[in-house]
Design a protein around this ligand. Structure first.
Ligand SMILES: NC(=O)c1ccc[n+]([C@@H]2O[C@H](COP(=O)([O-])OP(=O)(O)OC[C@H]3O[C@@H](n4cnc5c(N)ncnc54)[C@H](OP(=O)(O)O)[C@@H]3O)[C@@H](O)[C@H]2O)c1
Length: 300
């Protein structure tokens, strides 16, 4: 039986992925910074205090590193930005030091990353993995996050980084926040509505993580986004339709978004197209490639 550690495995994606991996016969151990429940294979870790379960880390075959403070739950103050970055980067470096110190023969290190790597911008470019990281908060965070993962690669361990788009699921995540105004009958695009919203269904994302474990040819960065490109306006209209609600109000002006969310509003007001061709070239076939069908498939 293969041993997998998922850091942040109590979260939206990790929880779904743990269930899928267990069904496939993997032994999944979750590293949590807030919960300890060894009967359910949840082990407390704290990268700042240097706490980790040595028995579990010494036996691990694959690490999936998805821990990180949520990027949209609080305003981006200087302090919050530091937590968002360090909870991903320093925790990754901590894992690297532990694997190295204990001479663990890790088969692969798979790290979450985000499409924010390419920057919070709207332009005509279709971004591919070879593009450079943007010089803004999310671009710099993703760059450092991936550099921490690359330390494993430099040590000869196969390393995969999944630059993830907005994860869609029927419960929780971004959709649960987007549904609130629409259900109240105030469905409207944000800003110009022309910004793209790269997305991925949670089932596809988890299957891609599993492929990253099982396919030795996968190495480096991959954009984990559905192949279809959708603007914010299209997205909101399709979601309103899936919820049987009207879409008619004028767009929410950018200044209002800035007033409510501060700098974080950029992730709602901006967005570009991201290519999933590299992933498709690995042979991965998306189950959910069309936004209309994807939203209609949810049991809202
Ligand atoms: N969901 C999306 O739309 C999306 C899009 C792009 C990228 N991603 C990335 O994919 C990863 C997983 O996403 P998700 O939606 O499952 O995230 P999530 O639900 O927010 O879960 C992340 C987990 O990280 C742990 N965590 C939070 N703050 C931490 C801290 N300060 N130090 C260490 N661990 C901390 C938490 O687990 P414990 O409290 O148990 O430690 C939390 O459950 C994240 O890194 C996220 O940035 C997600």
């Amino acid at each position: 039986m293969k041993n997998v550690i998922i850091t942040g495995g109590t979260g939206l994606v990790g929880n779904h992925l743990s269930k899928k991996l267990r069904k496939l016969g993997y032994r999944v151990n979750v590293f949590s910074s807030s919960i300890k429940n060894e009967n359910q294979s949840i082990y407390y870790w704290n990268y700042e205090k240097g706490i980790i379960d040595h028995d579990i880390i010494n036996k691990v075959d694959y690490i999936i590193h998805m821990a990180g403070a949520n990027i949209s739950s609080k305003r981006w103050t200087v302090k919050r930005k530091k937590i968002i970055s360090e909870s991903r980067v320093k925790s990754g470096e901590f894992l690297f030091n532990k694997i190295k110190e204990n001479n663990v023969s890790l088969k692969a290190f798979i790290s979450a990353s985000a499409v924010g790597y390419y920057g919070t911008i709207t332009n005509d470019e279709i971004f591919i993995e070879e593009n450079l990281p943007a010089n803004d908060f999310l671009g710099n965070t993703c760059k450092k996050w991936e550099e921490a993962a690359d330390k494993f690669n430099d040590m000869g361990i196969r390393t995969v980084k999944l630059r993830t788009g907005i994860v869609l699921t029927s419960e929780g995540g971004a959709l649960s926040k987007m549904k609130i105004p629409i259900k109240l009958g105030i469905a409207s695009a944000i800003g110009t509505g022309k910004q793209y919203m790269p997305w991925i269904h949670i089932d596809d994302l988890c299957d891609i993580y599993i492929k990253a474990i099982e396919d030795d040819n996968m190495k480096g960065a991959y954009n984990a986004v559905a192949p279809e490109f959708n603007t914010n306006k299209e997205f909101t209209r399709l979601l309103a339709k899936a919820l049987n609600k009207p879409f008619w109000l004028p767009s929410i002006p950018p200044y209002l978004m800035k007033m409510i969310f501060g700098e974080m509003s950029d992730i709602l007001l901006k967005g570009s197209r991201i290519s999933s061709n590299k992933l498709a070239n690995t042979g991965y076939k998306f189950k959910y490639g069309n936004l209309k069908k994807t939203l209609e498939s949810f049991n809202f």
